[in-house]
Design a protein around this ligand. Structure first.
Ligand SMILES: [Fe+2]
Length: 298
């Protein structure tokens, strides 16, 4: 996108400069012609000849100027169309790239049947929490993407660890802890993801008291986007089965999150989660009491 947006104006301004130089050459030639005519006129002595030559040269200059301006306008229009087309192609390539990454995340999740749909739900829930807090619309939609891709780094965790039916040991946990940094490294070259989105992914396992990973950030050092993602991630993990424990009921998960405030989670994010779940429950189809529009357990 950054490259594409710079193509049109650059091409157009280079072309326009060339046209201006050509126009100045025409004006210079006409002025030279006018002087020559005046000199000849003075030598031969035609009455009123200078005025006639001046009007003729001026008219030719105006005609040349109008012609150049018309050509410039046509070029600008064509350049604008080309930029618009390139922008559409770039946006399509970006969304295709994100779709591929979502599928990779889905593949990673499928190695552990209990994680199925986790990233999609975390994305949707994070977006809702951000909206409840009142963050910019762009930040909200970016958080949805961050949630969908936050665990892509689990790709680097061995199959045996991912599919284990027991709670992981110290060594396995050391491997798992690398996934947020791996997610960040994998997604870093992608222009489509903002710096804040990447930070949310990188720091979604940080805790408010500094006991999280990978950097041990604390309090305000943890970006708000990462604090939101952490709450959504934990809530979804708590309310779904794991091989070594059964899913918690939503109210139980909420009280667990509140118990871990403010040491683990940001209280404003947990409060926003409660409001988001309430709203999701209200939006759910009344005929289907077991489901919310998000597939969340509210
Ligand atoms: Fe994670």
């Amino acid at each position: 996108m950054r490259v594409v947006s710079g193509v049109g104006p650059g091409v157009c301004s280079g072309w326009g400069l060339g046209m201006l130089v050509r126009y100045l050459k025409i004006i210079g030639a006409l002025f030279g012609l006018f002087l020559l005519m005046v000199i000849i006129d003075r030598a031969i002595g035609v009455p009123g000849g200078s005025r006639f030559y001046a009007v003729a040269c001026l008219s030719a200059g105006v005609a040349a100027g109008l012609s150049c301006m018309w050509a410039l306008a046509r070029q600008a229009l064509a350049s604008g169309r080309m930029c618009a087309r390139l922008r559409v192609v770039a946006q399509s390539a970006e969304s295709h790239c994100l779709e591929v990454l979502r599928k990779v995340t889905h593949y990673v999740e499928s190695r552990d049947r209990n994680r199925s749909g986790h990233s999609r739900r975390v994305g949707e829930l994070s977006e809702r929490i951000a909206r409840e807090i009142g963050l910019d619309e762009k930040v909200c939609t970016n958080l949805c993407v961050a949630g969908q891709l936050h665990d892509i780094g689990l790709l680097a965790v061995p199959e045996a660890v991912m599919s284990s039916s027991t709670k992981c040991g110290v060594d396995d946990f050391r491997l798992i802890k690398k996934h947020s940094e791996v997610s960040y490294e994998l997604l870093l070259p992608l222009d489509a993801l903002s710096r804040k989105t990447l930070s949310a992914i990188r720091y979604h396992h940080e805790r408010m008291n500094g006991t999280g990973y990978p950097a041990g950030l604390a309090g305000e050092q943890v970006p708000i986007e990462a604090r939101i993602l952490a709450v959504a991630d934990s809530y979804d993990a708590m309310t779904h089965d794991r091989p070594y424990r059964k899913a918690m009921e939503p109210l139980q998960a909420m009280s667990e999150l509140r118990r871990c405030c403010p040491a683990g989670y940001d209280p404003q994010c947990v409060d926003a989660l409660a409001r988001a779940l309430k709203l999701a429950a209200m939006e759910a189809d009344p005929a289907d009491s077991a489901a919310t529009p998000l597939g969340l357990r509210a």
